[in-house]
Every structure is written in C-alpha cells, then in structure tokens.
Design a protein around this ligand. Sequence first.
Ligand SMILES: O=C1O[C@H](COP(=O)(O)O)[C@@H](O)[C@H](O)[C@H]1O
Length: 244
Amino acid sequence: MLPSDTQVLVDAEAVAQRACEWLAAAAAVAIRERGVFRLVLAGGSTPQRAYDLLADTLQDWDKWEIFWGDERCLPVEDGERNSRMSLPTARRFPIPAELGAEAAAVVYAQTIREKLPFDVVMLGMGEDGHTASLFPGDPSPQPLSLKGRGAKDKESLAPPRPLRERGLGGEGLTVAVFDAPKPPPERVSLSVSALQACRQQLVLVTGAGKVDALAQWRSCVLLPIALAVREDACLLVDASAYGQ
Ligand SMILES: O=C1O[C@H](COP(=O)(O)O)[C@@H](O)[C@H](O)[C@H]1O
C-alpha cells in the first residue's frame, strides 16, 4: 500500500523540483522550531537533481545536519560512495564505510543515537524494491507500523536471498550487509527502525525501470521499501514509474 500522500508528477524534473520545495519548507519549520534541521539523504542516482536544485537555493546551511541512509564499502574518494552526494553544509555525518561494514555499522549507530529523531529521512527505491541497502530477502523483523495498513502476507516476487546481516550497531539502528545483490556487495544501512525514527519521510521514485517494483508495493508485497516507508510519508513519483 502506498502512502496516502502519494503525488504522481509528470517527469523526474518535476519530482526533483517538488522535492526541493518540500525540503526547503521542512527545513524552515525545523529551524524555526528547534534551531536545527536533521536530514538523512538517500543515495543512488534519483535524488541527485533535487540536491543540485536545493544547493542553488538560499538556506540556513549552518543549521543543517546531514546524514546518510546507506553507504557502500568503498574508499572515501570513490565516485560510487553515497557520501559524494552532498549539500553545502559543513555539518556532515557520513557513514565511515571505509572501515568495513561491521565496524562502520557500530560507529554510525553511536553517531546517530544522539541525533534521533531525524527531521526528515529521504528514501529511494531500487528496481528490485530495495531501499537504502535493505534488499529483498533481508531477514530484518517487520516494523509494528505495518500492522493495520492492509498489507497482505504475500511473498515478494523476488526470491528471498539469505543476506548475511548483523545488527551490530546497538539498539538495531544500523545493519552491516555483506552480499547485496547490487554492487558493491558490502554496505552499511540504517535499519527499518532508524529509517522510521523521524518526523517525516520523503520518498522519490522515478523512471520506467521502477514500474514493476512500484506495482508490487501498491499491491502490498512486502518489499523492503514497503517495510521502511510509513503510511504518513510523502511519496513523489513520476508518471513513468507509476505506469502512466
Ligand atoms: O543502491 C542504492 O540504490 C537505491 C536506489 O538507487 P537509484 O539509483 O535507483 O536511485 C538508493 O536509494 C540507495 O541509497 C542506493 O545505495
């Protein structure tokens, strides 16, 4: 089941523009009410345009703190690191995935524990329905928030994969992943609990490659994206991903 605030927009550019406006508004409220805006960035290619648009706007960047929902275990300078996608704030809290998945998961759980709840968690969705670095077959327990959402007990169309997962981050906030089906196999992800420990979630999904996974999510298949996204999230999707 998709969130009630699902907005189908004409194309990826419209999604990026709406995301930029939405984030600027959320930041203004957070800074006015609490003096800081804590944002978890999504990785992958989808949100890059929204980040570029946002970087060109005037914001209280010194009051923004940015975190990442997942990271690939690659050298710090690698162009495939999600931490390469950023915003012009000095207060960055990248996942130290260069330490290896287990150590980074432990360190990052300590980093974020002090920062919860986040103001906004951004999420993307892979073509297989993964989000952050939580892939189909991930044995993480289902969140309680799934109850009452009309979810059916269907198997994902993707065959379950026995991901080796260790919730070593303390309090189940982070996950060390060792055999992700999308390269690189070693990654660190926030857990479902941490991805939901926020005031608001913003989900961006674009492109025809996502149409099958989005259709599964709509029909309550328990993909990782369906487990991680709360009913009260804002989902911005373009027409091609929605199948229009
Ligand atoms: O591997 C990842 O994929 C998802 C989706 O990426 P996209 O390129 O299809 O936008 C992303 O949300 C995640 O952060 C990333 O590590």
